[in-house]
Design a protein around this ligand. Structure first.
Ligand SMILES: [Zn+2]
Length: 452
């Protein structure tokens, strides 16, 4: 029988109000005031925030093939602990997901290891004459989208040819899936990296100079113009450069479907205030200046940025040591994605309702999972997070579920502690601890969210 989450502060996109949520058979049955029947169990959420589970559209789980960095069980345990109940897993594992067969293999492998629900991307590179067939069959098998790497990154996957890019974007318009871009211009990155490195510079500020805003701007301009011509949907992953948003705005005014994600790394860290973290904070594109960081917050508040994704990208301590040029790019972040944003809301940087839009609703919509995911509407999966807003804690190594305890959030003092997490009605986190001993996550297909 049903479970009632009673008297919590329900954080919905348009309204924050005290109420009850009735859950039964894994779904939300009712949301309202003073629900009196239909349940045998009660969670008292009085004084707590009740939030739809976060959907992290940008996770590099490292399995298969890169287990020295992390494994999918640990990645998704971390997600669960942080109230991220859906992860969308990137394709640059070994081997990369570049065919229907590899998508099916990865789906089978991760299905027995995932502590939260998950969807999969496939990679887009040069598929020559085969692009339409491949893209179509991978999308029909339920991939949430394609990822295109426009510059060198982990896994060294090649950039798609113009033909592959154009045809994939054309199909994206027809079939409704987004193409996700790591938008940095390869030639621009190569030129400035050689220049800055050649001067013997080191550190995070130098790294930002080596992959300057221009590289992101050029790539976004290119991707957006192809998306417009092809009638497709472009999703700019991990935008770091606030000035690039003026390009996005211009294309949106011309009715191009273009979405923008940024990450907590760009919102909470800059090379002036955090230079001491060095290569630990190396990400692509690089973290920027404090003034850029302020502009990103303003863009979040104004609605120019659509989604917060973590770009969770763990590495081993061995790979993160050394100078800024040699260390691997990427930081783990899925565990504190929602916590950092809730903290920001409690500190008054942004509205709580906007957090739900950025972390749950919008990513679920863009990737075809809404309203099953990303909402507390009757009929939705009961993926629910209960947060104690009065809780304050310092992030410690012991708190991290990652194989390697390297996250830049270590030592940060955060407000708002994730207390309980429900995945399809099952309590998977209680009192901040994982309380399931086996993975309950299931594979999600794009378009599988429209069943309400
Ligand atoms: Zn990434």
């Amino acid at each position: 029988m049903g479970l009632l989450i009673r008297g919590g502060t329900l954080v919905l996109k348009d309204i924050v109000t005290v109420g009850d949520v009735l859950v039964d058979e894994g779904r939300v049955v009712r949301v309202g005031k003073s629900i009196e029947s239909g349940f045998t169990k009660v969670i008292n959420a009085s004084g707590k925030l009740v939030i739809p589970g976060a959907v992290d559209p940008h996770v590099h789980g490292r399995e298969p093939g890169l287990l020295h960095k992390d494994n999918f069980a640990n990645t998704t345990k971390a997600a669960a602990l942080g109230g991220v109940t859906t992860v969308l897993e990137m394709p640059n594992t070994l081997p990369p997901v570049d065919s229907l067969e590899r998508l099916v293999e990865k789906r089978e492998m991760l299905s027995s290891r995932s502590f939260v629900d998950f969807g999969l991307y496939a990679v887009l590179y040069d598929y020559a004459d085969d692009v339409e067939r491949r893209v179509r069959e991978i999308v029909e098998a339920g991939a949430v989208g394609f990822k295109a790497f426009m510059a060198q990154t982990t896994g060294n996957l090649p950039t798609p040819s113009f033909k592959s890019l154009y045809l994939a974007l054309k199909l994206s318009g027809e079939l409704g899936f987004p193409v996700v871009f790591h938008a940095e211009d390869r030639g621009c990155v190569e030129y400035f990296t050689e220049l800055v490195r050649g001067r013997g510079l080191e550190g995070l500020a130098a790294y930002s100079e080596a992959r300057p805003p221009l590289c992101e701007e050029l790539s976004i301009e290119y991707v957006a113009s192809v998306a417009r011509a092809a009638g497709g949907t472009a999703y700019i992953a991990h935008l770091s450069t606030a000035t690039a948003l003026t390009i996005v705005e211009r294309y949106r005014r011309a009715s191009t479907r273009i979405y923008v994600e940024t990450t907590p790394t760009y919102l909470f860290f800059d090379y002036e205030g955090h230079s001491h973290l060095g290569a630990l904070l190396k990400v692509n594109p690089p973290i920027r200046s404090s003034s850029n960081r302020r502009e990103l917050w303003a863009a979040l508040r104004s609605g120019l940025i659509d989604v917060i994704g973590s770009d969770h990208a763990p590495h081993s301590p061995y790979e993160k040591r050394g100078d800024i040029w040699e260390a691997s790019a990427g930081v783990p972040g899925v565990q504190h994605l929602l916590s950092l944003m809730v903290h920001a809301a409690l500190e008054g940087f942004i509205d709580l309702g906007r957090i739900v839009e950025l972390c749950s609703e919008k990513p679920a919509k863009i990737f075809g999972l809404y309203p099953r995911k990303g909402s507390l509407l009757p009929g939705a999966d009961a993926d629910i997070v209960v947060v104690d807003p009065s809780g304050e804690y310092v992030v410690r190594e012991d708190d991290l579920a990652y194989t390697h305890k390297l996250a830049p959030v270590l030592g940060m003092k955060l407000r708002g502690r994730v207390e309980k997490v429900l995945l399809r009605g099952e309590l998977i986190v209680d009192d901040g601890e994982l309380v399931v001993d086996r993975p309950l996550g299931t594979f999600l297909t794009r378009g599988g969210g429209g069943r309400l």
